[in-house]
Ligand binder design. Structure first.
Ligand code: GDP
Ligand code: ZN
Length: 351
């Protein structure tokens, strides 16, 4: 059953969960686009825009239970689209921490940005981007999601000795599959195509500028984007455009290229753990709510100056704090507006 859905990741486990719903009025599908008030869902027959059932908008529903890109769901089809009724249990999930009360790190809640991804290609470039520490952070974030990490060392055309980089990676992460490629001249790219068997879902993550878009274009080739650019009105009457995010590859397999996923390491729960020492230090700053930029008596800046703390890590920490605060401000604005959708939902009870 559901042969088309199987090519894009549907399997016996999903089928069992779907059957257990015992709802002959529902059909299964996969979320390939999440918009402000609707979802784009690929079903066995077609692609349709569906709206969330009231249950999914209930304020007691944990935020992490809201459908994300890659989720398999059950929907009630109708002439003009349908209603997304249930989320089928996820096999892997990428979460980020979003602001809880006051936007403080201690009150973050989990938001799922992508689900049911089998392989995550961690893309780094053999130039100034190369950092074993960053690679480790990405590997930890992928591990936490349940997906398999695969490291891609891109821009091999820029270096004389790629083996030195490969050697360093093998030493720090012996089990991590590593592919050295040049997305520009296509060297090594064919080895990556082998991952996209039927039913496999993969995603690319990595800093901006490392070549994710170039690589996506190479891999997708004659594939189809199932998330077209969608224009819709936000609550203030402005139009927003959602980029293409999900591609069906010619040999079967799905590639997810999601902006939230791209920078996951900054957001992940794992990243929060790696900032534990900074968080503790920040408790000893003179001012509560110290931003560690110019306040007097800042323990964090003092530690940087004394060479006990890496300024770049502090930058990452500040970025996480600022972004989680921005997310929580955004939350309180949108929930007052009673809007539906990913950013407009009331905060979950988990915190
Ligand atoms: P993204 O931000 O990760 O999506 O990176 P892009 O795909 O936009 O690439 C950033 C820049 O790096 C562009 O100018 C690309 O042409 C260039 N680039 C991508 N892959 C390679 C590569 O393998 N070698 C070289 N020399 N440049 C590359
Ligand atoms: Zn401070």
């Amino acid at each position: 059953m559901y042969t088309r859905l199987r090519t894009i990741g549907w399997n016996d486990t999903f089928e069992r969960h779907f059957a257990a719903l015992d709802r002959p009025d529902l059909i299964p599908g996969r979320v390939v686009g999440v918009h402000k008030t609707s979802f784009r869902v690929l079903t066995e027959e077609d692609i349709r825009m569906v709206v969330p059932a009231g249950l999914l908008l209930h304020e007691d529903l944990a935020r992490s239970e809201y459908p994300a890109i890659g989720d398999f769901v059950a929907l009630r089809p109708s002439e003009d689209g349908g209603v997304l009724v249930a989320l089928l249990p996820r096999q892997t999930k990428f979460s980020r921490a979003v602001g809880g009360a006051g936007g403080r790190i201690s009150a973050l809640t989990e938001q799922v940005i992508a689900a049911n991804i089998d392989y995550v290609f961690i893309v780094t470039a053999l130039d100034a981007d190369f950092s074993l520490e960053r690679i480790e952070r990405y590997v930890a974030a992928v591990g936490a999601s349940g997906a398999e990490p695969v490291l891609i060392l891109n821009k091999s055309d820029l270096v004389r000795d790629q083996h030195e980089f490969e050697r360093q990676v093998r030493e720090s992460a012996p089990d991590l599959p590593v592919h050295t490629v040049s997305a520009l001249d296509e060297t090594g790219v064919s080895a990556l195509r082998a991952y996209f068997r039927e039913g496999v879902t993969a995603a690319l993550i990595g800093s901006s500028g490392v070549g994710k878009s170039t690589l996506t274009n190479r891999l997708v080739g004659a594939g189809v984007a199932v998330t077209g650019a969608v224009r819709e009105e936000d609550g203030k009457g402005r139009h927003t455009t959602t980029a293409r995010e999900v591609y069906l590859l010619p040999g079967g397999g799905v590639l997810i290229d999601n902006p939230g996923l791209r920078e996951i390491a900054v957001w992940s729960e794992t990243a929060r753990d790696t900032f534990e020492d900074i968080r503790e230090l920040a408790l000893t700053c003179r001012f509560r709510g110290c931003t560690h930029s110019s306040e007097p008596g800042c323990a964090v800046r003092a530690a940087i100056q004394a060479g006990r703390l890496d300024a770049r890590r502090v930058e990452g920490y500040r970025q996480l704090e600022q972004e989680s605060q921005a997310a929580s401000r955004q939350d309180s604005r949108t929930s007052r507006r009673s809007g539906a959708g990913r950013s407009g939902r009331a905060k979950g009870k988990r915190s």
